[in-house]
Design a protein around this ligand. Structure first.
Ligand SMILES: [Zn+2]
Length: 372
């Protein structure tokens, strides 16, 4: 049974549910679409601040994955039948969980505009005995957050306008709980609809526009889906290697010496940047090029993306709004393929050299939102 260590694990409730428990929904939104937006944004902000945070989804219900972390948070929205519910927290009863959940309530209450809607802790059976508690053991706390009631028009409209903000507030809260001070409290949330406006909904930005405006970029006309695995690749440069020198013969060149481990890398990855500035390639023999080339023989550049052609056609414009900046704003073009890139997996080209290598680590993430 794999046990995974981390600072924080954040679960988007219902996402990738293995048993059709798709969560609440109303005419203002669907819980299963909102929880990943909040969770992914919290993960993005925490990762950018150097926190070892893992994003999870409802597939843990049917998996053997277990987490040993400082904090575990499960993100949900309530869906009462009566329209009379509100935000709340749930946790296995224990002093650490209760204290941390109380601190979260105090923080979120400063902004949530409908104070009387709050419900008591462990308001529902699902909150009190959530399956997720059995997948995590924590040293600080684990708790479930209900951000509010989807069936309440005024709550739902306010929440819909502030999903990314909720993720940022959660990231801020969790970072403080870890004792970190490098994540700022986000700016105040948007007002949402005035509760007495009879048909306020059409004037509100759609969820889609809200995300775009807040920098999550899903350009108009694109359609988005969750559950993608993102990895990065890069072109190594010769200065990253220091193995024994080996002489190679490149057609049209004199014999040139390169570190053997650099040559080995080029034979596996296809290309590497030499100390001379030109690129060394391997394709049944050594070749010289002015850039690293993709599977189509065209130069790779920032914005290049390797895809499974069966999942995304080559030439398709793609954005990945939940990646850390600046990648969240990057417009990619699917222009490369790779044997290991299959199904809902995208491989982002990060450039060349050690900086690009670091970027590949920074953007490796699962359960991401991708727009085409
Ligand atoms: Zn739920």
């Amino acid at each position: 049974m794999p046990t995974i260590d981390c600072d924080i694990v954040i679960q988007a409730g219902h996402e990738n549910t293995p048993d059709n428990k798709t969560g609440g929904e109303s005419k203002w939104g669907k819980e299963i679409e909102w929880t990943p937006i909040v969770a992914n944004e919290a993960v993005r902000v925490l990762r950018a601040a150097g926190v070892n945070v893992i994003k999870e989804d409802a597939s843990i219900k049917s998996s053997t994955r277990k987490y040993k972390c400082k904090l575990a948070v499960f993100v949900h929205f309530d869906d009462s039948d009566t329209g009379g519910s509100g935000p709340s927290v749930g946790y296995p009863v224990d002093a650490g969980n209760e204290a941390t959940a109380a601190q979260w309530k105090a923080l979120y209450s400063r902004y949530f505009p409908f104070g009387s809607a709050w419900r008591e802790d462990n308001f529902t059976e699902d909150e009190a005995k959530y399956y997720g508690y059995g997948r995590t053991s924590t040293t600080i706390a684990e708790f479930l957050i209900e951000f509010g009631d989807l069936q309440s028009e005024r709550q739902a409209l306010w929440m819909r306008s502030n999903l990314l903000w909720m993720g940022r507030l959660l990231a801020y809260f969790l970072s403080r709980r870890l004792g970190l001070e490098n994540i700022q409290l986000p700016d105040a949330p948007q007002d949402g609809a005035p509760s007495n406006a009879p048909s306020a909904a059409p004037q509100l930005p759609s969820l889609h526009e809200t995300i775009s405006a807040a920098g999550g970029a899903s350009p108009a006309g694109m359609s988005c889906s969750n559950g993608w695995q993102i990895t990065g690749y890069f072109t190594a440069s010769e200065d990253m290697y220091n193995g024994p020198l080996q002489t190679v013969h490149i057609p049209g060149e004199d014999e040139v010496k390169f570190p053997a481990d650099f040559l080995h890398h080029v034979m596996i990855e296809g290309w590497g940047k030499t100390r001379f500035g030109w690129y060394l390639g391997w394709d049944q023999g050594w070749v010289r090029g002015t850039g690293a080339l993709n599977a189509l023989g065209k130069p790779l550049k920032i914005g290049s993306l390797a895809v499974d052609k069966k999942a995304i056609a080559l030439g398709t414009t793609v954005t990945i709004p939940s990646l850390p900046a600046p990648w969240d704003k990057q417009v990619f073009v699917a222009d490369d393929t790779g044997g290991a890139i299959q199904g809902k997996h995208l491989d982002v080209y990060c450039g060349d050299g050690p900086v690009a290598q670091k970027e590949t680590y920074r953007i490796t993430m699962s359960n991401m939102r991708v727009c085409t």
